[in-house]
Design a protein. Sequence first.
Length: 514
Amino acid sequence: REMGRAFVYVILGGGVAAGYAALEFSRRGISPGDLCVISEEPVVPYERPALSKGFLLPESPARLPSFHTCVGANDERLTPKWYQEHELQNKLTENMAAAMRGASHMLDKRCALKDKKGHGMNEMYWTKNNFDSEASMDILSRQKRSRSLENLPLLFPTSIRENMPWNDDTFRGIELVLGTRVKCADVRRKTLLTATGETISYNILIIATGARALKLEEFGVKGSEADNVCYLRDLADANRLVSVMQSNVGGNAVVIGGGYIGMECAASLVINKINVTMVFPEAHCMARLFTPKIAEYYEEYYKSKGVNFIKGTVLSSFENNAEGKVTAVILRDGTRITTDMVVVGIGIRANTSLFEGQLNMEKGGIKVNGRLQTSNNSVYAVGDVAAFPVKLFGETRRLEHVDSARQSAKYAVAAIMAPDKTADFNYLPFFYSRVFSLSWQFYGDNVGEVAHYGDFSGGTFGAYWVNKGQIVGAFLEGGNKEEYDAIAKTTRYKPMVQDMAELERLGLDFALQV
Ligand code: FAD
């Protein structure tokens, strides 16, 4: 590899936000070779939420390439081939049309197109002020099916080839630098230095480095590198978790942490026939979002599936056997639980370290303005790593959810490529989760008084959060599309509420009438 490459746009990170940004760049029309995606992961961007859901199923689990971005938003699935060729194909078609229009000396000539071995593949007819664009498209699609597009110019007779505005860059798609960690960034020089020693320079950088799982060691507990202790952030973690689960079917697991990862992994462990004990310090699960009443519903459901909860305490140490495997966990309250495996989901930390001291930070992330631009004009930040102004609440937030990663990524590309046509990012926070056969969505903010409604005994139920007299957040379990759309719309409109009892009585009907 050469020691330095330069790109117009570089996306640093190859997660959810990177995939959605790449698709948006492509739709808005970049030139081949303009964009580079650099990722520490060895695969092209994928829908990370699948790792704690379909990926962990014992029967027909989801595996790549099925969940590459952007299938999570019912959009195109960007495989490695897409990055290599998609952009290219658009550009070639455009270039051919342009070249043909300009090649007046070729009028009324008939050109047989041959592949490298001299076999005829197609014919192209050139007539005055006209060319057969369908034929040229057809050549492209055949060629795409058969072999690399890089050979395409060889198919044309030299006389035509020389008139095509092709150069080496024409045959580059979106450059992927995978399995490569960036170890230094210099925003003044606009360069990134990779762990392989390459310097990559950019005109515009999008930081999409996401976040990493917090380790138990950061809380003073040693031993989480043991073979049967699992974290879950990326594909490598997920593969490891699957293999540890498979070797412990019928055994016991302790799940440390009662947030998203803990709850989703606990459900998957149960589905894989493993007995689960969940341990977390808060009074109830999903403490950052759920009310005690909502949490009680899910905890009871989990208990009905055999999950045991130990709340209000934390892990203090592990017991290991001679092979170094964890055999028991000791809690701060003195409880000892024997176990075959441990899953840890105790939160994440945004990957900001490359930019500390270079860009402004806020709320544990990289501070950006309403255009997702950092304190350096040429640098944008999106996804879990970005702290952006949430207009609806009048304050800066850093969100750790997939929808925010997708939307912020698409928005940043729009702001970069069509700055005059792009108003400030106006995002309504949206989170969801699916466990067992349950499924919920939440929109907005969970501050203020709460009005619960619906059937908490196993049907559809939800809650509104009312702050300063206005609805600012809404939660719904078991809704349909129309109902979820209605609570989203309600949260965006922030209607005034006079009477909490009336809101509780109306329940979902309130949102359906907004
Ligand atoms: P990421 O997707 O984390 O991508 C960051 C990328 O940057 C990674 O590829 C990483 O390797 C790369 N990177 C970082 N530093 C460097 C470096 N120095 N050099 C090169 N590459 C680097 N959200 C929901 O709303 N609902 C859910 O149900 C849900 N489920 C989830 C389940 C799991 C198991 C996980 C882990 C997360 C889940 N999330 C969910 C959260 C959601 O996946 C994240 O919000 C989203 O992935 C953030 O996207 P991102 O692109 O900002 O970061």
